[in-house]
Design a protein around this ligand. Structure first.
Ligand SMILES: Nc1ncnc2c1ncn2[C@@H]1O[C@H](COP(=O)(O)OP(=O)(O)OP(=O)(O)O)[C@@H](O)[C@H]1O
Ligand SMILES: [Mg+2]
Length: 263
């Protein structure tokens, strides 16, 4: 099992909506076994993936000391957010310490997550972690435990400075705490090709971070929230307009596949 953390400390960038679609894509189009951890107390994923939920699979248990016992045996298994418990996770100690030999000791929030991912690794091909839109303990733990990180971002003047910060955090985590972490890239989302200002902002981002921005984009499409509301893959949205969205989403996911060694 490989783990993809979907991270951006700014809210409203499309993390949750894309995690759900990526989960559908992997489980239903690629026939992979997928665990989805809704590590955000808002529980967006838990709502969209409601039809797949088996009682007893909770996101907060990944930050605890008890081994995970997976309930249900579907291809797509959501671990839902219990807001009270996820808030408690955010209060866990995340101080890094050194042992007597000056080796780094990971705090329980991170070590538990690594151990719990190991518990389920035989049962799944992919694990997707949706994280809250904050620079806080849960997303940072996900970065330290994951194999890959995807950074969806809206291309606007408020979002881009935040993307720069997220990239720097990813590289810091990779350098000091999780050398195996690979950046899949920034995925431009809610893009409007007709918006000249947006085009200008994307060019600016590419000028700075060409190698770290995926050469693709997902447009702003009404069929995306429609799919999320109905808890269905984008390709099952009946409107004709969903065809273009489906093409784009699939192209983006196939590209992501090439970055993670194949889906
Ligand atoms: N490509 C898109 N086209 C249209 N609407 C979109 C698209 N991507 C996201 N949205 C909408 O934008 C809003 C924010 O998306 P989402 O909740 O996935 O962001 P998020 O990064 O998970 O936010 P948070 O950090 O608050 O959890 C949602 O209402 C979603 O339906
Ligand atoms: Mg979200």
């Amino acid at each position: 099992m490989k783990t993809i953390a979907v991270v951006n400390q700014k809210g409203g960038q499309g993390k949750s909506i894309l995690v759900c679609q990526l989960a559908f894509f992997l489980a239903l189009a690629k026939n992979k076994r997928v665990a989805v951890i809704d590590a955000d107390e808002q529980g967006s994923i838990s709502t969209t993936l409601r039809k797949y939920v088996a009682e007893g699979n909770y996101a907060h248990t990944f930050f605890g000391a008890k081994p995970i016992e997976v309930q249900g045996d579907g291809m797509l298994v959501p671990f839902v957010s219990n807001d009270v418990e996820m808030r408690k996770v955010e209060k866990m100690d995340d101080e890094l310490q050194l042992d007597a030999n000056k080796r780094l000791l990971l705090p329980p929030i991170v070590q538990n997550l690594k151990n719990r991912l190991a518990d389920i690794s035989g049962a799944f091909d992919w694990c997707l972690i949706d994280t809250p839109g904050s620079n806080s303990k849960v997303p940072n733990a996900a970065l330290i435990a994951a194999d890959f990180v995807l950074v969806p971002s809206v291309i606007d003047p408020y979002s881009l400075p935040v993307v720069v910060k997220v990239l720097q955090r990813v590289w810091n985590v990779k350098k000091h705490l999780n050398p195996k972490l690979e950046l899949i890239g920034v995925l431009p989302n809610q893009f409007k090709a007709s918006d000249k200002e947006m085009g200008k902002h994307l060019s600016q981002l590419l000028a700075m971070y060409k190698d770290h921005v995926l050469p693709t984009a997902i447009s702003n499409r009404a069929s995306m929230p429609l799919a999320a509301d109905n808890g269905i893959p984008i390709w099952k949205v009946p409107q004709t307009a969903a065809r273009e969205a489906t093409k784009e989403v699939r192209a983006a996911f196939e590209l992501i596949g090439t970055k993670v060694g194949g889906f």
